[in-house]
Design a protein around this ligand. Sequence first.
Ligand SMILES: Cc1cc2nc3c(=O)[nH]c(=O)nc-3n(C[C@H](O)[C@H](O)[C@H](O)COP(=O)(O)OP(=O)(O)OC[C@H]3O[C@@H](n4cnc5c(N)ncnc54)[C@H](O)[C@@H]3O)c2cc1C
Length: 459
Amino acid sequence: MRPQSSSSDALTGRVIRRGDTDYPEASAGWNLLFAHSPQVVVYTQETADVVNALTWARRHEVPVRVRSGGHCLEGWSSVDDGIVIDVSEMKSVSLDVEAQTATVGAGLNQLEAVTALGREGFAAPTGTEGTVGLVGATLGGGFGLLTRIFGMASDNLLAAEIVVPADDGGAEVIVADEAHHTDLLWALRGAGNGNFGVVTSLTYRVHPLTQTIYVTATWPGLDYLPAVFDVWQRSAPATDSRLTSQIEISRDAVQVLGVLVSGSKAEARELLAPILAVGAPEITMTDASWVDNYTAFQIPTADEPANWKFLSQFASTPFPREAIDLICTFMSNAPTPQCNYFANAFGGEVENSEPVGGSAFAHRNALFYAEPGAGWGLRGGPPATADPLTTVCLKWVADFHEALAPYVSGAYSNVPNADSVDYRIDYWGTGVDRLNAIKAHYDPHHVFSFEQGLSTPDD
Ligand SMILES: Cc1cc2nc3c(=O)[nH]c(=O)nc-3n(C[C@H](O)[C@H](O)[C@H](O)COP(=O)(O)OP(=O)(O)OC[C@H]3O[C@@H](n4cnc5c(N)ncnc54)[C@H](O)[C@@H]3O)c2cc1C
């Protein structure tokens, strides 16, 4: 494919600078716990705008961050006094029904991707929150309610167009696919966020999908938590791979949510029978298209807390009773109703198959992904620094994560553990050396560098 490189160092696209009317919105991320003041945000409309932005940043020696959906939990898709290259307005979709592939612009969020593909009777696996960027979720792995049948989002990534630093001090466009830049494709499947370049479009394997059953089972209070958790962790990662389920625990309730692909309500009830037999949960089941079910469980951003801290963990053996008791204790003492403990079942296709050429995602053998999470504060309310809940919530979630440390291993780069010293090993295990070599090849001057990037200049 091309390489196309730039000789221009003018910024093109929708360029927002400090003082512009749109600057407050353009400089804010989703998690209001973090605030940054970049000198410029460029909303790129086409790949050439990305080439120009990267070239400009290099020639002017301005720090670069890349952004799509803006949900980076630690605020690392922005930077004080730097340039944010924001691809969120690059929203093309091109579906090849015959080949069962789709090439999409890197600006789609997950709801837009689910909707665009679903309208044509297809799906690619994504995460569950519609406003999260598809590219941000995919480049770190990407699990959700279709994971056990179709694998991680990144397992379905066949190719990516990416703007990388060029030897002449500018930028060039390359395509990583199963025949070209194969090492880079491997790296983009799980370690691509902010590390190598700016992904401008992604090509996915897509799957015919028209009908799903969405199930929720809710147990008020925490009395049934030990029994529900134990049965869930032993059955959910091993059941029919058409069923993926999650457990979500707040201080007021335990909920199991699941999606059965191409099945009936009776079948969903049968597959979930061991879990549903605990106590007398309130059960809902909706038989609908994937788009309708996915759309129905979205929560508008305005209704979500302003501030968040999630920490990530993977479990490869079932939690013993002591670990489940710790979850009970911490959740009983959760500082806000939005604090939670969340887990997503793995197994199925994640465990059974890797994409051609492999993937940097290192947690294929996990039974489940889990995260203690704290949410607090109102959007439009006082900043996190003025909210006494900030200290309380940060301590609660850090203590919770630490208490479970003996029972978990690894971490998920999309949900960074910012205080981890060994974060590279936690995220990518034995793949770290290969990733550092790929980094050295594509970005030898560390143009793409952030708090937990691959080999930063300080290493
Ligand atoms: C509420 C919530 C729910 C979530 N649920 C899930 C879930 O169900 N499953 C799951 O797997 N994850 C989940 N996540 C984690 C999510 O996958 C990551 O936060 C994801 O990286 C966010 O992507 P973004 O594009 O929205 O964020 P951004 O802040 O735009 O970017 C995130 C990272 O990706 C980099 N990046 C963005 N665009 C590009 C690009 N074009 N090229 C190269 N790098 C880029 C950024 O530099 C940054 O490092 C959730 C996160 C939140 C906040």
